[in-house]
Ligand binder design. Sequence first.
Ligand code: ADP
Ligand code: ZN
Length: 434
Amino acid sequence: MAKYYQPEIETASREEIIAIQNEKIRKQVKHVYENVAYYRDLMDKQGVKPEDIQTIDDIKKLPFLTKSDLRDAYPYGLLGTDLKNCVRIQSTSGTTGKRVVAFYTQQDIELWEECCARAIVAVGGNEDDVCQVCYGYGLFTGGPGLNGGSHKVGCLTLPMSSGNTDRQIQFMMDLGATILCCTPSYAAYIGESLKEKGYKPEDNKLKAGIFGAEPWTEEMRHNIEESLGIKAYDIYGLTETSGPGVSFECEEQTGMHINEDHFYAEIIDPETGEVLPEGEVGELVFTSLDKEAFPLLRYRTRDLCVLSRKPCSCGRTHVKMSKPMGRSDDMLIIRGVNVFPSQIETVLLNEGFTPNYQIIVDRVNNTDTIDINIELAPEKYSDRIKDIQAMEKGLEAAMRTMLGIGPKVHLVAPKTIVRSEGKAVRVIDNRKLH
Ligand code: ADP
Ligand code: ZN
C-alpha cells in the first residue's frame, strides 16, 4: 500500500528541498514585485529589490505581511494575477474579525488539493477508503480542500458538509465511512451522539480521522480516539496560504509535516520580528513559494508553535510544526497572567470531565474575572449540591495550579452548552463590551 502520495518530494533530501525553495523563491519574489503593487510598495519602503533575494535564506530581508494588510488590501489589493486567470475564491471563517478573501487559479487549486491528498495518504487513505468530509463546504476552506484531496487519492468521497448530525451518523454507518474529516470539536460531538444512540466504538468502520481548523489538546485527541475507536490526526492550514493541508500529521503523531516544497516556514519573536532558532516557541510565518493568485510573502499567522527537524520515523523529511497552542490573539490576559483556553481544556479532560466548556471573562470593579462553565457527563450528574460543590472545588484547585490564577468553576447540567459543528467558540470576553 502506498505510504506517500508524492514519495519523491515527501522524502526528498534536505539539499533537494533547499534547491527547490531557492529556485521557487527567486521566481516568486519577481512575480509578486511585478504584479502586486501593495507588496512592491512595502519592498520599496524597506529598500529591497527582487535581485536581493537569491536564496531562501535571503527571505529575511523581505517585509512581513499581517492580517491588517489583508484587510487594507481587501478585496483585490494582493491579487497576483489577472482576475480572468482566477477560478475560485475562499474566505476565512472570520474568527477574529472581518473576513479575508483569497483567490485561486486552477493551478493553485491543484497544488492545494495535492497537499490534502498527502494528508489523507499519511493516515493510511487509499482508493478503498470511504472518506466522510464534514467540514463546512462553501466559503470555508475545510470542505473544498479535503474534498479535493479525497478525490485525488481516489477515495469514495461523502461531501456531507457540517451539521445534521443524525444524517452524518446514518451515512457513516450505512456507507461504512473509514476516514472522518471535521473539526475536533465536531468529532467529539459525533462521538458523543454515537454513544447516545447506543453504538459502541467498534460498531463503526472508521479507522482514522483528520481533524483541524481549531486548536485541540492531546487530551482531546485521546477522548476522540476512544469515543470513535480510531486514530485521530491533526491537520493545519489557513485560508491565506490556501487552506487545510499546509501541514499534516503522519503515523508518528508528534507534530505536522509542513509541505516545504510549497510553503516556507519561519518562527519569529512576535514582539521584535526577529527569526528564532529551531526549537523556540514563536509566531509562525509562511511564504507561499508557488501560489499564483494570492502569493503571500512572509505572512504572519499569529499562531504560536515550535518547528522541529528531528528525523521522523515515517520517512518524510519535511520540517514538523507542533500543534499550535493557540493564536497569539486567543491568549487571554487575566490580571496580568497569560492564559490559553488549551490549558483549561487539558485540566478538565485530565480530571475526567467533558470537552464541553465555555470560558467567560469579564471585568468587575476594575478586576478581571474568569468563569468556566463545564458540562457534566450524564454519569457524573448528581442531585446533591454537596457533590457538585466538591467537584467544583477540586477543579478550581487543579486550574489554579495549571494557570497560576484561580477561576470560578460552574458545573452545569448535561446538554446545556451549545455543541459546535464547525469551529468551537470557547471564549466569551465581555471586557470588550465595556
Ligand atoms: P479564521 O482565521 O477566520 O479562523 P481560517 O478558517 O482560515 O480563518 O482558519 C485558520 C486558522 O485556524 C489558523 O490560523 C489557526 O489559528 C487555526 N487552525 C487551523 N488548523 C489548526 C490546527 N490543526 N490546530 C490549531 N489551530 C488551527
Ligand atoms: Zn512523519
